[in-house]
Design a protein around this ligand. Structure first.
Ligand SMILES: Cc1cc2nc3c(=O)[nH]c(=O)nc-3n(C[C@H](O)[C@H](O)[C@H](O)COP(=O)(O)OP(=O)(O)OC[C@H]3O[C@@H](n4cnc5c(N)ncnc54)[C@H](O)[C@@H]3O)c2cc1C
Length: 425
């Protein structure tokens, strides 16, 4: 093979699952190469790691999601990975995040292994399981007086609407909400509105952080708030120092609400993971689109990246495919067909495209469950359950058999499958 490079493990995709898999494989002493086309969905998602928010029949799991894992269908990635391994994967993230001074903790206020309902900037509550301790949810639960702050020009965050909506929930109805729209520190260039990402970049700077502290202090000094709800603007880095200064100078808990993209919290986690892989000698090739594979019998020998200077072959003993779903680029569709994008594995899907979605907008759509079906080593299998590639492991959103959107399990499956794949090497 011309232009070929070799490694123990080749990971494709640098979203949450690819980064975790590369990190875990390198920590196990493997030589790792990471190829990625882009950043995936992590930078636009929130800071939460959902384990399981809804059961298969769409019932909210406000209590212990671990028990509910056993009710999932056999083909669900969690059933394949097993509860013990999922717990180990969460412990791995807890430890890693502690080492990087951005600890993730189970969200439940009493520290129980339960889901917690988090406020969103639409004023709804959404179940999640794991999040950075910097956002003191426990203090929010206990707070009597809460300030909801938005910023003029950040149109998706309307404090008055959020307060009205939150009051409908029994756990929020006894709270006293005050609302404020802060004057923006700058006019956004070219765009008609500010974004949470613009604000987070500004707050990364000393000037920006001082602006946030001083602007909020004006309001906090007038009343004795125990918590402030903010859109996700507290910087793009996983910085406990920033959060300690913010909460210390305001003498008040600060909780970021979850928001639609760009969620910013996911970007902090991505930055943390990129920092963590640096010292491990992982060779990360960015802007590399894997277009095909070279195989022999049931084994992959190399993956192919086509560039301006021709084709490059990346050989390895094991391959971890973390290319995501329809959004990430791991799955492509054409009328009546859906395929995985590197090995062109066909995905089981009805020919009638109308059957791919549920008539109810928030229903469980078949397209959301599309993905590669795997055996208990995460190797791809055909419709008869026969293993297709013995040294290729699929992880994260590229997996089939689950619906991360309706069941709220996206980052949980990504974390658990990535950690598990690395243990199989
Ligand atoms: C807007 C949004 C918000 C979300 N919020 C949450 C949340 O709050 N909590 C939660 O638990 N989950 C959330 N999720 C779900 C969660 O982000 C994903 O399910 C999970 O992170 C999937 O990660 P992944 O690494 O498997 O895939 P992706 O993030 O899609 O990454 C795929 C990677 O593969 C690369 N790639 C694809 N094809 C190729 C190729 N041919 N060659 C090279 N590289 C390639 C892509 O460039 C990318 O780097 C959210 C998802 C979205 C879209």
């Amino acid at each position: 093979m011309m232009n070929s490079t070799d490694s123990d493990v080749l990971v494709v995709g640098a979203g949450f699952s690819g980064l975790v898999a590369a990190l875990c494989a390198a920590q196990r002493g493997k030589s790792v190469r990471l190829l990625s086309q882009g950043a995936g969905t992590l930078p636009i998602s929130s800071h939460c790691i959902d384990l399981l928010g809804y059961t298969a029949n769409n019932t909210l799991i406000a209590d212990d999601p671990w028990d509910a894992l056993e009710t999932l269908p056999q083909e669900h990635p969690y059933r394949i990975i097993g509860k013990k391994n999922i717990r180990l994967a969460f412990s791995f993230l807890k430890q890693l995040s502690e080492q990087h001074r951005w600890p993730f903790i189970p969200l439940h206020p009493e520290g129980k292994l339960r889901n917690c309902l988090l406020p969103t900037i639409m004023g709804t509550l959404r179940p999640s399981y794991f999040a950075p301790s910097a956002f003191a949810l426990q203090q929010l639960e206990q707070a009597k007086q809460v300030l909801i702050a938005g910023i003029q020009g950040l149109y998706e965050c309307q404090p008055a609407l959020i307060a009205t909506q939150l009051r409908r929930y029994s756990q929020y109805s006894p709270k006293e909400f005050s609302e404020v729209l802060l004057q923006p520190p700058f006019v956004s260039k070219g765009a008609s509105s500010l974004s949470t990402l613009d604000m987070a970049h500004f707050i990364d700077t000393e000037k920006g952080l001082r602006w946030l502290i001083e602007t909020l202090q004006v309001h906090v000094s007038q009343d004795s708030y125990q918590a402030i709800l903010l859109p996700p603007i507290c910087g793009t880095k996983a910085s406990m120092d920033l959060m300690e200064r913010l909460t210390g100078e305001l003498s008040c808990a600060v909780v970021e609400m979850l928001s639609p993209p760009p969620g910013v919290g996911g970007l902090r986690l991505r930055n943390l993971l990129l920092e963590a892989i640096k010292p491990l000698g992982i060779r990360h090739v960015e802007n590399a689109t894997v277009s095909g594979a070279v195989g022999e019998h049931n084994t992959c020998k190399a993956l192919v990246v086509s560039g301006k200077d021709g084709e490059r072959y990346y050989k390895a003993r094991n391959f971890i495919i973390a290319t995501g779903g329809l959004l990430g680029g791991g799955i492509f569709t054409e009328p009546g067909k859906a395929r995985e994008s590197i090995f062109h594995l066909p995905l089981a899907i009805p020919e009638e495209t109308e059957q791919w979605s549920d008539p109810a907008v928030f229903g469980s759509h078949l397209f959301a469950r599309m993905g590669v079906m795997v055996n208990n080593r995460l190797n791809p299998v055909n419709a008869q359950g026969q293993t297709l590639l013995t040294n290729v492991h699929f992880i994260g959103r590229s997996l089939g058999g689950y619906d991360p959107v309706t069941e709220k399990s996206g980052n949980g499956v990504a974390l658990a499958s990535a950690w598990y794949a690395a243990q199989l090497l």
